[in-house]
Design a protein around this ligand. Sequence first.
Ligand SMILES: NC(=O)c1ccc[n+]([C@@H]2O[C@H](COP(=O)([O-])OP(=O)(O)OC[C@H]3O[C@@H](n4cnc5c(N)ncnc54)[C@H](OP(=O)(O)O)[C@@H]3O)[C@@H](O)[C@H]2O)c1
Length: 321
Amino acid sequence: MSMHAGVVRSFDRSPRYETFDEPDPIGPDQVVVEVLAAGLHPRVRSGASGRHYTSTGSLPMIPGIDGVGRLPDGGKVYFAVDDDTWGSMAERAVVDLRRTVPLPEQADAVKVAAAMNPAMSSWVALRRRVHLEPGQSVLILGATGNAGSMAVQVAKRLGAGPVIGAGRDPQRLAGLAAVGADEVVAITGDGSETAQRLADAAAEVEVVVDYLWGEPASAAMVALLKARADRSRALDWIQIGAVAGPTITLPSVALRSANLRIQGSGQGAVSPAGYRAELPSLVEEIDSGTITVNARAVPLAHVEATWDAPENSGVRTVFTP
Ligand SMILES: NC(=O)c1ccc[n+]([C@@H]2O[C@H](COP(=O)([O-])OP(=O)(O)OC[C@H]3O[C@@H](n4cnc5c(N)ncnc54)[C@H](OP(=O)(O)O)[C@@H]3O)[C@@H](O)[C@H]2O)c1
């Protein structure tokens, strides 16, 4: 049987809407779902370009790491898949039932498909890696994207005290107060001014959730540590995204002169079982509306043109087959 899908045939070309062989389930835990919605997350783009660290390099492939679908028995589910060959940007996908979460029939498929990946980044980090304690203060570095603005809300939902959002887009930065940020810091082209603003606003935070990495994260680390009243008080820095660069420069003294604890959160840092355990509670949060989701639905038939068009990074594109 064949189906329509977004198909990548070369890592330097956008996926095209084509017919493709439908995958067959293998073993008792696998079934075919009718895909209702699949989000175009940054991770999906890096998989489709062969650049993600989990990429096997094999082609052709269908991008898409998750989505909302309908099971053969009619149930609606959120599902996660691997994009090594058959991802979720297709009319149908094979899913492992152990990687699905049941959804209420009235759940908004586009909203859930848009939100799970970005929201999961902070939800899992703050529950499985850093274990945020009630009242702890948090800096979100890169708070203006989908994952960053959800991290503000997730931190508050998990009991954080003051939450400070830092980012470079002034309009979306201003909008963060409406989703719970107590303070915002502008990241501008002037590094020393930015460092001073971060030091003034966030020197005493307990946790940093970092979507930027690169030069802005290096500068922020040094600025925060220098301004800290008691440098032996732990600062948990949790690395999640690298939109500003894949590497940082960190003076060794930063690690000797302060209690800086750097770790990451993502596939590999957290076990598949750890992710599975967190998904149902996050689905509930999203479905019940505690996390604001900005999504736009686009027919999958428009995958190629949409892929190449400039993105409004405050809104997550979701393909509907
Ligand atoms: N580890 C995990 O579990 C996990 C899970 C989900 C996502 N992620 C990662 O988290 C990151 C963000 O994901 P997302 O879904 O939020 O993406 P997104 O919605 O596209 O947002 C990216 C944000 O980064 C900002 N940005 C880009 N370059 C910047 C720079 N040099 N300095 C400051 N801000 C910059 C953009 O702001 P402008 O509008 O100013 O460009 C935008 O607001 C990605 O790297 C993604 O792969 C990790």
